[in-house]
Write a protein of this length. Structure first.
Lengths: 106, 171
């Protein structure tokens, strides 16, 4: 790998890690279910960025684009179903606090 | 392409938008911040030479998913949720350490460095097109995508099935 591409990859990985850390912090600290979903969405964005940078650096942007498209499709389905689950929980409990979900407690 | 100013600005803007999305106390503004993050990621993908992925990111992530989030927030906003009860200061207290954590991790990565020379090597030879890769090499992925979309559709249908349907089925 040439020096310029290596520097670009290193810079991209640093920002990917920082974005992933922010997203994981959001998921771990939040108790609101919608905010947890927002954290999950940010985490997926960091993976998308990593795929894009890796595809560019390795010279296989076409393959990276197909992976990104597949990732986006999976992301949409996961978010749509999770949003449905959140709405269902709200209808039943009138609350979105993850700490109060004790319906399945043994 | 080497590391130019545009790349650094776009990556920094994406990180700032992401951190702001996490730290904003209003959920609606957080959803809009997520859309802004998607738009910046779109610009980065365009800059890296991936226009098809960029268009998908802009239309689906910045458009459709933002609509899903705003619909969910508006449907669940009537009562409840911690944001209604907790004042902004208490929510801010939870996320006050986030910039510190990001700064520490960034400093640690900058100090240790990433040795990219050992990670990957650029492809030599003919450059492949997206169409060729998608329809020839990764054909099975398309089948997987179709199955995932169908699973999602059935999942949403089952989740929003009314109580009357359940009662009729029980009879």
């Amino acid at each position: 790998m040439t020096g310029g591409l290596a520097a670009l990859f290193a810079l991209g990985v640093v920002f990917v890690v920082l974005l992933a850390v922010s997203a994981l912090y959001c998921i771990l600290v939040s108790r609101n279910l919608i905010r947890i979903l927002i954290g999950l969405e940010l985490l997926i964005k960091s993976v998308t960025l990593l795929l894009g940078v890796a595809g560019y650096v390795t010279g296989r942007m076409a393959l990276a684009q197909t992976f990104i498209i597949t990732l986006i499709v999976i992301e949409v389905v996961v978010i749509a179903v999770a949003a449905g689950v959140v709405i269902g929980i709200h209808r039943r409990n009138h609350d979105l606090d993850a700490g109060k979900l004790r319906n399945l407690r043994g | 392409m080497t590391v130019d100013a545009t790349t650094i600005i776009l990556l920094a803007a994406l990180l700032v938008a992401g951190v702001a999305t996490v730290m904003i106390s209003d959920l609606l503004l957080a959803a809009i911040g997520l859309a802004v993050s998607s738009a910046i990621l779109t610009l980065i993908l365009f800059h890296l030479g991936g226009p098809l992925a960029a268009v998908f990111e802009l239309s689906v992530c910045a458009g459709l998913i933002t609509v899903v989030f705003i619909a969910t927030i508006s449907l669940t906003k009537a009562d409840s949720c911690e944001d209604a009860r907790w004042d902004k200061l208490r929510i801010l207290k939870r996320f006050v350490f986030l910039p510190l954590v990001v700064a520490i991790v960034g400093w640690r990565l900058a100090v240790s460095g990433i040795h990219a020379e050992r990670i990957a090597a650029p492809l030599s030879g003919e450059v492949e097109g997206v169409r060729q890769v998608l329809w020839s090499m990764r054909r099975l992925d398309l089948l997987g995508q179709i199955l995932i979309i169908l699973a999602g559709v059935f999942g949403v249908v089952v989740l929003f099935k009314g109580k009357n349907d359940d009662e009729e089925a029980a009879k």
